[in-house]
Design a protein around this ligand. Structure first.
Ligand code: PMV
Length: 317
């Protein structure tokens, strides 16, 4: 086996465009890769014991804290599959994906690290094997992963997804800009998912079930808007989704404020993204100038960070 001197792996962030929470109840969802934030893992040779350098830890792999167990498992599984369990390595992980903001940072670390280790040992890695390895890591990080984060952080195209069914690639034909804003507050996905489940089993369950169905219809219609370059329609759908998520009590004051600010600044639509009660919100703009204006207004209103992303029709290159 030829060993390259440095192995490199990259993964991007992910954004749920439509369908968060309702996807848990087998309604459709749409997620997109978000390359404005990335994780890069570099693997180099090392004498002595395997060592890690990342934002949360600098030291030997064997002394890594419990918090990084999923990363440790990713490395262990990769080295086992590569039959290199005894080779000491130096792994460096650089990330611009904020943790616990619904951008898939844990899956992205696993994707980038797996890609880097296979690259270092010059071994081909199929998408199937990559997703298998990341799934093992995500089970430790999240318990019951849908596989959505693993797919989106390793993909370059959006997907339509219904739990239990195969992921369907979306043929994106949209010319618009996406603005993502971080509230600076850790997302509360688990609590929000539990609270929705309680509502769906509570006295007003019929009323909440209708909202889940409506979220599903909006995701289905959103797919068409993405494929047929209908940014105005997609914007409207996004705002309607935010209102439904508010009614399900998974938003919070900061997310609501940022959504309102985006809409007051010519956003075509805006909503929270991911689990909610913190994390990030997204807004859609017709062009770059408007996206810049919205981004500026969101920062003025307290957003910790914003990112702009051009959603471009590939046929218009
Ligand atoms: O916060 P995130 O990006 O992990 O997204 C959670 C999405 C939910 O639909 C709320 C939960 C899930 O498991 O799909």
């Amino acid at each position: 086996m030829t060993i390259s001197k440095i192995g490199e792996g990259i993964a991007n962030g992910k954004i749920i465009l439509l369908g968060e929470h309702s996807v848990v109840y087998h309604q459709p969802s749409i997620a997109i890769p978000f390359p404005a934030v990335q994780i890069k893992t570099t693997v180099a040779s090392q004498t002595g014991k395997t060592k890690i350098d990342c934002d949360f830890y600098h030291g030997l792999i064997e002394e890594m804290p419990e918090l990084l167990e999923s990363l440790k498992e990713t490395i262990r599984v990769c080295l086992e599959r590569l039959e290199q369990t005894k080779t000491p390595l130096h792994l460096t992980i650089e990330s611009s994906i904020p943790a616990e903001r619904g951008m898939g940072s844990s899956a992205a670390v696993a994707v980038a690290t797996t890609r880097a280790l296979f690259d270092y040992f010059d071994t081909p890695l199929s998408q199937k094997e990559l997703l298998e390895i990341v799934d093992i890591s995500e089970k430790i990080a999240h318990g019951n992963p849908s596989g959505l984060d693993a797919l989106m952080t390793s993909s370059s195209i959006p997907y339509y997804y219904i739990k239990g069914e195969p992921f369907q690639p979306i043929n994106l034909h949209l010319n618009a800009w996406l603005i993502v804003a971080d509230t600076g507050i850790t997302g509360q996905t688990k609590e929000a998912v539990t609270s929705v489940a309680k509502k769906l089993n509570g006295p007003d369950q019929d009323q909440y079930k209708i909202k889940i169905d409506e979220l599903g219809v909006l995701a289905l219609q959103g797919k068409i808007a993405l494929e047929k370059n209908q940014p105005l329609l997609l914007g409207k759908q996004m705002t309607m989704v935010h209102q439904l998520l508010q009614q399900l009590d998974v938003s919070n004051q900061t997310l609501d404020l940022l959504v309102q600010i985006a809409l007051q600044n010519e956003a075509l639509g805006a909503k929270l993204t991911g689990g909610g009660r913190g994390g990030c919100m997204i807004a859609l703009a017709k062009d770059e100038k408007t996206a810049q204006k919205i981004s500026h207004a969101l920062k003025e209103a307290g957003a910790k960070k914003t990112w702009l992303y051009e959603m471009r029709d590939p046929d218009e290159e």
